[in-house]
Ligand binder design. Structure first.
Ligand SMILES: NC(=O)c1ccc[n+]([C@@H]2O[C@H](COP(=O)([O-])OP(=O)(O)OC[C@H]3O[C@@H](n4cnc5c(N)ncnc54)[C@H](O)[C@@H]3O)[C@@H](O)[C@H]2O)c1
Length: 454
């Protein structure tokens, strides 16, 4: 009875609580880096997971350009060679540690914040431990790959008073900003439904099946590792939180769907005839970062896309019902001849159509087409250019907001644990829906903190 009452309260909360979800500010994490901008000290950061994202975006591209604002004090990875490679690649004096010595790294180097860029399924473990050891957390998406991890993250944040930032760089892309501005402008009126179609091509899509992402136990499937970006973008765009999820998914293209397979591309007897053969030896960074380190942990970066153990869906459709009544229809296909997105919002007063072109075997004049059509009225089109830098300038904008003083956030682009958990929970619920054949209520997945209702 008590449990039932608690759940009803939680559902009530889910139905009412959306307005709190956006506008979560990074500034609360680093109080001395206040809006007034009086920086007292450099922010001390340590990083766990020194692979591509860790040594690049949060390593080399952080340490030099942001040297006036941050100091990298520790690097940690499960792979002893990769952590040393990262130190050299980044060009830092930070002390290196093995994953088993994560606690020691935090105790020795005393960072203000820990940046978590490991394989997805370990994000929660390190984020929780970092908070228990007194640090704030800057965590890559997806914040979590299962409901238990979401619960631990929220409970620990509450218990320790430390804070998590989820690095949803997509919110900082010019196209995402433009969509948010159109919705906030009220031109569409109240949003009634939305559509999101993700097209991953045979380069980008296949790359997930050569890496750990192809195994759901590491990535939580593309519904977590990839789609958490999209779910967060939609949650943020419409300023709402998910209530119920229904999904279908298949491994329809990669994995078992071929007559031949090998362990990895190097030395593959089918190299000549396989369309997905990838010669990692031509990529020096991958050779240094992965191949030179593979004896330590057995991880093969050029894994076979046809591996029978690739159980991450490459084809999926998801329906989400939101607490403001919006119905979202989402799909992702990871084996297409071109890459891009179609996003649309249907409002009381009209429809916004967005088509983003990332890679396609035909010429396009612009990277994006925006069209706003008003009911009983006119239609207008325009284009938005991506910014310069990583992920269309989004990585730099996110880091500016995180680390530089005097940053304002009128669109509420900085995301905390709540946004991170909500995006993850859609993916987790979708996966559960696919596996059970049932609709999944978000409120049944975890016990939300009561403070979220205030
Ligand atoms: N926001 C974005 O645009 C974006 C882009 C790329 C990657 N990412 C995220 O960044 C993270 C890292 O991705 P990546 O492409 O760098 O992958 P990667 O495989 O290159 O790096 C992952 C690193 O984690 C380490 N690791 C694995 N298990 C560990 C453990 N138990 N303890 C400590 N370290 C461990 C690996 O040794 C490796 O160095 C992922 O969560 C991914 O989703 C985000």
């Amino acid at each position: 009875m008590e449990k039932e009452k608690k759940n009803i309260n939680r559902r009530e909360f889910i139905n009412k609580g959306a307005k709190l979800a956006i506008g979560v500010s990074a500034f609360s994490i680093f109080p001395y880096r206040s809006l007034a901008g009086n920086t007292v000290d450099k922010l001390k950061v340590a990083l766990v997971g020194t692979g591509s994202r860790g040594s690049g975006t949060w390593g080399k591209s952080l340490v030099q350009p942001y040297k006036d604002y941050i100091e990298l004090v520790g690097l940690c990875d499960i792979n002893p060679k990769r952590v040393e490679y990262a130190k050299k690649y980044i060009g830092t004096n930070a002390t290196t540690y093995l994953a088993k010595d994560f606690d020691r790294m935090v105790q020795d180097t005393k960072p203000d914040a820990v940046i978590v860029t490991t394989v997805d399924c370990f994000h929660a473990k390190y984020s929780v431990r970092a908070m228990e050891l007194g640090c704030n957390v800057i965590c890559e998406k997806p914040l979590a790959t299962d409901a238990e991890q979401c619960q631990k993250l929220l409970d620990t944040e509450l218990k320790t008073g430390k804070k998590i930032i989820t690095t949803f760089n997509v919110r900082h892309q010019t196209s995402a900003e433009e969509i948010k501005k159109v919705i906030v402008s009220g031109e569409l009126g109240n949003i009634i439904s939305a559509e999101f179609q993700e097209y991953l091509d045979i380069n980008h899509g296949a790359s997930y099946y050569r890496r750990w992402h192809g195994k759901s136990r590491f990535s939580g499937t593309l519904l977590c590792t990839k789609a958490s970006h999209h779910f967060d973008q939609m949650n943020w765009s419409i300023d709402a939180e998910p209530v119920e999820v229904n999904a279908f998914g298949r491994v329809a293209y990669y994995g078992k769907n071929n007559s031949f397979r090998y362990r990895n591309c190097r030395g593959c007897p089918f190299a000549e005839k396989c369309d997905f053969y990838w010669d990692i030896t031509k990529d020096q960074r991958s050779m240094d970062m992965y191949v030179a380190c593979e004896k330590e942990d057995g991880y093969l970066r050029d894994g076979c896309v046809w591996d029978n153990d690739n159980d991450t869906y490459d084809t999926m459709t998801v329906e989400v019902k939101y607490n403001n009544g919006v119905l979202l229809s989402y799909s992702l296909n990871a084996f297409l001849p071109y890459e891009g997105q179609r996003i649309a919002f249907n409002g009381e007063k009209g429809r916004l159509d967005v088509r983003l072109y990332h890679r396609q075997p035909w010429d396009v004049e612009h990277n994006s087409d925006f069209r706003l059509t008003k009911n009983f009225s006119n239609t207008k089109t325009w284009h938005i250019k991506p910014g310069e830098g990583g992920h269309g300038g989004a990585d730099e904008k996110l880091k500016d907001k995180l680390f530089k003083p005097n940053q304002s956030d009128p669109l509420g682009k900085m995301a905390g644990s709540r946004a991170g958990v909500m995006a993850s929970l859609i993916g987790i619920a979708a996966r559960q829906s696919i596996e059970t054949g049932k609709r999944i209520k978000i409120a049944d997945l975890i016990d939300f903190p009561l403070t979220w209702r205030e």
